[in-house]
Ligand binder design. Structure first.
Ligand SMILES: Cc1cc2nc3c(=O)[nH]c(=O)nc-3n(C[C@H](O)[C@H](O)[C@H](O)COP(=O)(O)OP(=O)(O)OC[C@H]3O[C@@H](n4cnc5c(N)ncnc54)[C@H](O)[C@@H]3O)c2cc1C
Length: 383
């Protein structure tokens, strides 16, 4: 392991692997550290929207067909439904299908691309500290490695972010949603599942999901903790309401999901943040894969440009986020509060009215064909 790189990336999930691919492709020396050994598990529903599929094609040359062939995508659904336990609220056909991936394979595929383009990948190498001023990280083994820049792509509990002095830590914590998820063999779920179902009315600011996959059904809940709720109990009650035999339920696992705590200035001295580390998850439905890929791409391009032109990458990266990503997250955040507030005041029927008034346009918004801001056509700059 050399001791001086152009860029050190902490975390080899979608954000880190995308940045690593972009940087190595430009000829920069990149060290990608992950505390796990791949293929590794990641708790996730694996739902990919249109914009994720388009970005995967633009950056990695992976199409739905190539990913279906390699088993990375293992379910495609053209339908959706939204309901409470008692009533259906909205359902229908989508203008573009949702693709479902298995994150173990998906993340391994992305890391394979980073490696193939020349990024040096170090697995089982956790980062325990970051010094943004020096551009260095300390590894669990005690070694220190340095670079011109460090990218924190180390997920929701980012070690790199913890070295940032100036951001509202209380706001960040308040908007971190507990998310719990299990998967069951389809025969252990009481009915067949072939399209994604969202279940509302179980949390003040959150929802549950039942997602299909080729060889399993994925069941989860996430939401903001507003009244000291016990999420494990809530999740058990949710599974029972879904008719799951609790004797068949594996151990419960949870993972924090950034849910409205995206940072406006994700850089400090020589360090940048991408993906969950910067809170880049869509605050209504909790879509994070696309935002990890996209912020990884933008961070990678800003860092590559900074090496070529000796300019500061942080402000460039932030400007691009403010053009492309943050307006989407802000508008989705506003919509979330309007919808959850509407449901609290007028009941879940208000959501039904809202969705059914413009189902196709709303589906296009979720996919990223339209913007969360006023449903305008969205122009993604990576296409
Ligand atoms: C239950 C659940 C369901 C979800 N379902 C969906 C969904 O269906 N669709 C969707 O779009 N999004 C979903 N999300 C969100 C999505 O999983 C995340 O937004 C996405 O994984 C973020 O990618 P990332 O690369 O930023 O971080 P991660 O995927 O978390 O990757 C971070 C990487 O950093 C490594 N790491 C962490 N700490 C360190 C350290 N100290 N040193 C070195 N390495 C470290 C980890 O091992 C990991 O490999 C879900 C999230 C949860 C919790």
């Amino acid at each position: 392991m050399g001791n001086r790189y152009d860029v050190i990336i902490c975390g080899a999930g979608p954000a880190g692997a995308t940045a690593g691919t972009v940087l190595a492709r430009q000829g920069l020396s990149v060290a990608l550290f992950d505390r796990a050994r791949f293929p590794r598990k990641k708790l996730c529903g694996g739902l990919l929207t249109w914009k994720s599929v388009k970005l995967l094609e633009a950056v990695f040359g992976e199409t739905p067909e190539s990913m279906i062939r390699s088993g990375v995508i293992n379910h495609v659904s053209e339908y959706y439904s939204i309901r409470t336990f008692e009533h259906g609220l909205a359902s229908g056909r989508l203008p573009y299908p949702f693709h479902f991936t298995d994150r173990t394979r998906f993340d391994d595929m992305l890391l394979g691309h980073a490696r193939a383009t020349g990024a040096e990948v170090f697995e089982d190498e956790g980062v325990t500290a970051c010094d943004p001023e020096k551009g260095s990280v300390t590894l669990a083994s005690g070694r220190t490695v340095s670079a011109r820049h460090v990218l924190g792509a180390d997920g929701a509990n980012s070690v790199v972010r913890s070295a940032f002095p100036r951001f509202d830590r209380d706001r960040f914590r308040r908007n971190m949603a507990p998310a719990l998820e299990i998967s069951l063999p389809p025969e252990d779920f009481p009915r067949p599942v072939d399209h994604p179902e969202l279940i509302v009315g179980i949390l003040d600011a959150g929802y549950g999901w039942v997602f299909p996959n080729r060889d399993r059904v994925i069941l989860g809940i996430c939401g903001l903790r507003r009244k000291k709720e016990n999420f494990s109990e809530l999740f058990r009650a949710y599974l029972t309401r879904l008719g799951v035999d609790m004797d068949l339920v594996p151990a419960l696992h949870g993972h924090p999901l950034p849910y409205g705590n995206y940072l406006g200035a994700p850089f400090h001295q020589r360090a940048l943040l991408a993906g969950d580390a910067g809170g880049y998850v869509e605050p209504l439905f909790g879509e994070g894969i696309f935002f990890a890929l996209c912020t990884g791409l933008y961070a990678g391009e800003a860092l590559a440009e900074s090496q070529a032109n000796r300019v500061d990458p942080g402000p460039r990266y932030a400007r691009r986020l403010h053009r492309q990503i943050i307006p989407e997250l802000k508008a989705s955040d506003r919509l979330r509060w309007a919808l959850f507030q509407g449901m609290r005041i007028a009941g879940p029927g208000s959501l039904s009215l809202f969705v059914n008034a413009g189902a196709t346009r709303l589906a296009e918004m979720v996919h990223g064909i339209r913007s969360y801001a006023w449903l305008r056509r969205k122009e993604w700059d990576f296409l």
